[in-house]
Design a protein around this ligand. Structure first.
Ligand SMILES: [Cu+2]
Length: 278
């Protein structure tokens, strides 16, 4: 099934109404998927990244192979697209898109986690599905396999700055430099969700568990958007032409070349504080 190209928006730009609107629809789509406990639901898809399936690529490696390579960005782009299409199909709402969380914005660097993901309850009194997810993985026999995801966010001003983001988009002309620098910023945001003293572990801080926390997808959407902005400036495949035919397991119908042009995946990024024209 294919869907029309839609803009992925900033979390802060979603329409908010108590019973309708984009935020409400997004929450509804997550909730429907989260309520499915078999291989058609959110928990199963979340399991592709770390526990139990371990398909993700970070820092040139993937646990499933001895080959190394810069697949971090293409793999996560395919992953987000897979979840986005799943949410559209599963909720029967073709208007749903994954929003991006611009943690470098002034708003995030003063408020921390966006309200849409931080509120305990929705206006109707039900728990907010973007706040936490009940992880249950019967195929993974060790604890913690039956519990809610947790966050212990750091100080808002410790989030990466717009200057850092703009710096790598404009100054990293080489794809290998760009992907490493972007991963460092990406790692810092994951780590921001754990407290050091006393040590309190936030799921976002571990490759094994991060993708069960719904904010993972908003964070990675921002990473994907930064890659897109870099592509606009430096060329869509600059520096990784040799990777184009590599398949992106478990999304085997997609190779790297299929995730170069985001419009082919059915989305684009809406205009933003960064003054880029789309
Ligand atoms: Cu990540």
């Amino acid at each position: 099934m294919s869907y029309p190209v839609l803009h992925r928006k900033s979390i802060y730009a979603l329409e908010v109404h108590p019973e309708s609107g984009e935020l409400n629809n997004l929450r509804a789509a997550f909730k429907i998927s989260m309520d499915i406990n078999d291989n058609r639901g959110y928990g199963y898809i979340a399991g592709f990244h770390g526990v139990p399936s371990w398909y993700c690529w970070h820092h040139q490696t993937d646990r499933r192979t001895t080959i190394s390579g810069p697949y971090f960005l293409p793999w996560h782009r395919a992953y987000l697209s897979y979840l986005e299409i799943h949410l559209k199909q599963n909720s029967n709402d073709p208007t749903v898109t994954i929003p991006y969380w611009d943690w470098s914005s002034n708003q995030s660097r003063s408020e921390g986690v966006p309200k849409a993901y931080d509120e305990e309850k929705m206006p109707n009194g039900e728990p907010n599905p973007l706040k936490t997810f009940h992880v249950q993985i019967p195929s993974y026999p060790r604890p913690p396999n039956d519990r809610y995801t947790r966050r212990y966010p750091g100080p808002p001003q410790a989030l990466p700055t717009d200057e850092q983001v703009q710096g790598i988009i404009h100054n990293d002309n080489n794809f290998d430099d760009f992907i490493l620098d972007l991963q460092e910023i990406h790692d810092a945001v994951h780590g921001w969700f754990s407290n050091i003293n006393p040590p309190l572990f936030g799921d976002m801080g571990a490759v094994a568990w991060s993708s069960y926390d719904p904010i993972f997808y908003a964070h990675h959407c921002m990473i994907d958007r930064i890659w897109y902005l870099w592509q606009l400036e430096h060329g869509p495949t600059t520096g990784f032409e040799q990777l184009l035919d590599v398949p992106l397991a478990p999304f085997d119908l997609l190779s790297v070349k299929d995730v170069i042009d985001i419009r082919r995946l059915g989305y684009d990024y809406a205009g933003s504080i960064h003054n880029v024209s789309f």
